[in-house]
Design a protein around this ligand. Structure first.
Ligand code: B3K
Ligand code: ZN
Length: 864
């Protein structure tokens, strides 16, 4: 295997200015003819070396002159399983290449493949080389003209840009020709052929241009597409309002397919989506699903500017488009739904998944330096931490400064393939702050820890010291101090806010740019509570040893709703720690008193209350501990949940009863109510006397949110109750795989001893197939990521089960296998008995002959 390094970047030796593709579809013999206009860059006499992944050459012409393969007596092309080297001395020429592929045998879902009877493509990051020979790198931009030929079975033949011609062919086939005037890298190429239901609409842009909107879904699913289409229009409007960015083609198409490795793909003018992020109606989609559909539709749309118009120079720069686009979709979602729940949602992702990535052997900066398989770097670090870095620009520059920086970015780089440094430099032009230290966020990996100390001085002064330290990571040992905006509130017992004597706190924010900094506050005898890193103003951990009293003060008086939620989370964490130390302990009555009064005070603020009543997930708790013994931590968490339900029974019941069920609508106030009610139901379900609430909600529900809420709660009820509701659910949704995925996942996350029998049963379910990533993720992925107790069972059976499965899956779909191997590679946080067993399975994987480079990269790093 070959390691690619960011430092080795070289500009392309040739450019391809235009591409003419002619694709005649066939399941096992699709013919691809490409005609490329090639120009040499600079003066050199290197051959033209194209990428091509196991492709044959049927015919090759240079300016119409045939070229044969190299032989002893002629200087022809050299074909390997990954490249095609063409000796040529012209500076400008037309290259004609005929090749062929077999979409029906393509189970890796990269390149051109068949998804449930429709042809579709996925080219990012390096899939175009599985379709035809090309300079498969993002800094080669070309204008595409594509002719798609197919039988009548596929009435819809789509590609990027605008349709310019179509017609019938003599052999019963037909064709459509597409032209995309915007030069693009080949990873944005797409082709789709199939028979779909079509939803159409239109959008008038801010300059009055009419854009046709087309959404293609499986036959019979038309009614489930309206929400996605409405979301698209909201996203188009938002990008005009907030960033002044307008759409640039006459048509915008979205196709939903069932077989897809990730969420969606932003191909120019022709997005291809996992149907999970398109189809939604009240009977089949939860509020979270609706949220995700809107967020992903927006994300892909926003890529049209941040990704397509301005793209990446090389794949190490991925966060240039992904971090920025995630930030944009987060801002959009916050505007469409609610700022608070959005922030909490995204911070949970950081704390559960990004922090664990940083603590593992896959730790990398948001701009990685070394890559074996690029697909392994579509990570929470590049995406979500990347978005947090953009958020810090936004914090530091302010709304207007950020907008100015963005305008400058587009002014300088529209139509180019650029780097993260180019982005920083555009931002730099919009601020008087010096961003050079800040840009360390791009190159330094790891999660910084901010420590807070408080020291009483004479004459009633208190000195606060903030210090930062980034623990070394597997990829980097030496760490430097980062430039961090830190939101801070200094709160007195009665809720009064204090300011500092030195004036380092500005607008509730301090800049920490050294190892440590101090400031003093006149406390005049008062107890002060510092709430630090409000709103998660930097992607860091905080070590702020506060008393329960102080945490309750933050909850009671904090200005920032996020801080209030966070204080509650710390209280729960602290209680769970106590139970870890002494399992028989009962939690201090004062805490229950505090929570009870919090509940009664906030009973009308269902949004905050709902979030505050969520106990931190097992995964989040792991990130706050070292050498986790899974059984011990689970036991303590479960014990805390039981005490929580018992101690707060009356208060929880009050909340439950105060929220009346209304007919379903997806609007924020209703979403908040359902959320809060379902959180409370899950607590009450731990008490046998409330089992009936669960079954009643299940029976009465008119929407998937409440139905699934009831099912989740039923996980805590008697087994008979759970089983019978699950059976009813399966019967009702037997024909809908996307809904069944929820059912699969609930089964796979049950912490029961017979889990392997259950999973085997799930894998034999008529709706299950290993070739569909959504199914695999819902069964095997859910088990590995979220069934911590059984995955980490100390007889090693969970680890072995996952490894066994991955060995089979890897042959079919390496990308998905490499995703699911993640929990196994994150052994660093666990106790030694876990580590040994996890490494044993990683060793088995590593020794396996024919392992994909996707899985190899993660497993070998993990064992290094
Ligand atoms: N850019 C794609 C992700 C491609 C993943 C390739 N393995 C979707 C997105 O981030 O919008
Ligand atoms: Zn993206």
């Amino acid at each position: 295997v070959q390691i690619k390094r960011r430092a080795d970047y070289k500009p392309p030796a040739f450019l391809i200015t235009t591409v003419d593709l002619h694709v005649t579809l066939h399941p096992t013999d699709t013919r691809v003819i490409s005609t490329l206009k090639v120009t040499r860059q600079g003066s050199h006499n290197q051959p033209l070396v194209l990428d091509g992944d196991n492709l044959p050459v049927h015919k090759l012409l240079i300016d119409n002159a045939p070229l044969a393969a190299k032989s002893d007596d002629n200087d022809g092309y050299i074909l390997t399983d990954s490249s095609l080297s063409i000796p040529v001395d012209k500076n400008e020429f037309t290259l004609y290449i005929e090749t062929s592929i077999a979409p029906d045998n393509n189970k890796a879902l990269e390149g051109l493949y068949l998804s449930g009877g429709a042809y579709c493509t996925q080219c990012e990051a390096e899939g175009f080389r599985r379709i035809t020979f090309f300079l498969d790198r993002p800094d080669v931009l070309s204008v595409y003209t594509v002719t798609v030929v197919g039988d009548e079975k596929y009435p819809m033949l789509l590609s990027n840009g605008n349709p310019v011609d179509k017609g019938q062919l003599s052999d019963g086939k037909h064709f459509v020709k597409w032209h995309d005037p915007h030069p693009k890298p080949c990873y944005l190429f797409a082709l789709v052929a199939g028979d779909f239901d079509l939803l159409t609409d239109s959008y008038t842009t801010m300059s009055g241009k009419e854009v046709a909107l087309e959404l293609y879904v499986d036959k019979g699913k038309k009614h489930q597409g309206t929400f996605a289409l409405e979301s698209l229009k909201r996203a188009m409007k938002w990008d005009e309002d907030v960033f002044g960015l307008e759409y640039d083609l006459d048509i915008y198409m979205i196709v939903a397919v069932d077989f897809f490795n990730m969420g969606a793909m932003e191909n120019k003018g022709l997005n291809v989506f996992n149907s999970k992020f398109v189809l939604a109606d009240q009977d089949t989609a939860t509020d979270d699903d609706f949220f995700n559909v809107e967020a992903v539709i927006a994300h892909e749309y926003f890529h049209n500017w941040t990704g397509n118009r301005v793209t990446c120079r090389d794949w190490f720069q991925l966060s240039l488009k992904e971090g920025l686009t995630v930030f944009r979709d987060q801002q959009f979602s916050a505007d469409m739904t609610s700022e608070l729940s959005n922030r909490i949602k995204h911070v949970r992702v950081m704390r559960e998944h990004q922090f664990s990535e940083d603590a593992s052997a896959m730790s990398h900066p948001i701009r990685p330096d070394e890559v074996i398989e690029m697909n392994n770097f579509y990570t929470v670090t590049v995406y979500d931490k990347g978005a947090e870095v953009i958020r810090m620009f936004h914090t530091l520059l302010g709304v207007d400064g950020f907008r100015q920086g963005m305008d400058e970015y587009f002014r300088r780089h529209d139509g180019q393939a650029v780097t993260c440094d180019d982005f920083v430099s555009a931002m730099q032009s919009a601020t008087s702050l010096d961003l050079s230290q800040f840009s360390l966020w791009y190159s330094q990996s790891g999660t910084p820890v901010i420590s807070v100390e408080q020291q009483e001085l004479e004459n009633g002064k208190v000195q606060f010291t903030l210090s930062q330290r980034t623990p070394k990571t597997s990829d980097q040992h030496d760490k430097q101090p980062l430039y961090m905006p830190i939101n801070i509130e200094i709160i007195g017992q009665g809720g009064e806010l204090y300011s500092d004597n030195e004036g380092v706190i500005n607008d509730g924010m301090v800049i920490l740019d050294k190892e440590s900094m101090s400031f003093t506050v006149d406390a005049s005898g008062n107890v002060l509570t510092p709430a630090v890193l409000g709103n998660f103003s930097a992607p860091a951990k905080v070590d702020n040893p506060l008393s329960t009293e102080s945490l309750l003060t933050i909850f009671k008086h904090g200005k920032d709703a996020f801080n209030r939620w966070d204080a509650m989370q710390s209280i729960y964490d602290r209680c769970i720690r106590e139970l870890e130390q002494s399992p028989e302990a009962s939690i201090d009555e004062n805490i229950w008193v505090g929570i009870r009064s919090a509940i009664s005070r906030e009973i009308d603020n269902v949004e905050l209350l709902g979030e505050c009543l969520v106990i931190p997930s097992f995964e989040t708790l792991c990130q706050l501990r070292t050498s986790v013994d899974v059984a011990e931590l689970s036991k303590a968490r479960t014990e805390f949940c039981h005490q929580f339900a018992q101690q707060l029974e009356a208060a929880l019941l009050d909340v439950f009863n105060s929220i009346e069920s209304k007919p379903y609508s997806y609007e924020q106030s209703a979403v908040n109510q359902r959320r809060c009610k379902n959180v409370v139901l899950a607590h009450l379900a731990l008490l046998p006397q409330y089992e009936h609430l669960v079954t009643e909600q299940f029976e009465a529900s008119d929407n998937m949110t409440d139905t699934l809420g009831a099912l989740r709660s039923a996980q805590f009820c008697r087994k008979e109750v759970f089983d019978s509701l699950m059976a009813k659910f399966e019967q009702r949704y037997n024909k809908d795989p996307l809904v069944l995925d929820k059912w699969f996942a609930l089964h796979a996350t049950q912490p029961t001893k017979d889990i392997f029998a259950t999973i085997t049963m799930l894998c034999e379910h008529p709706q299950f197939t290993m070739s569909n990533p959504n199914r695999v993720r819902s069964v095997i992925g859910s088990f590995a990521f979220y069934n911590s107790e059984m995955f980490h069972a100390l007889d090693g059976s969970g680890y072995k089960f996952v490894a066994d499965y991955l060995l089979k899956l890897d042959k079919l779909n390496p990308q998905v296998a490499a995703r699911i191997v993640t929990p196994l590679t994150q052994w660093q946080g666990f106790a030694s008995q876990h580590q040994r067993l996890m490494k044993e399975q990683l060793g088995r994987l590593l020794n396996h002959k024919g392992l994909s480079k996707d899985v190899f990269e993660k497993v070998s790093k993990s064992l290094a």
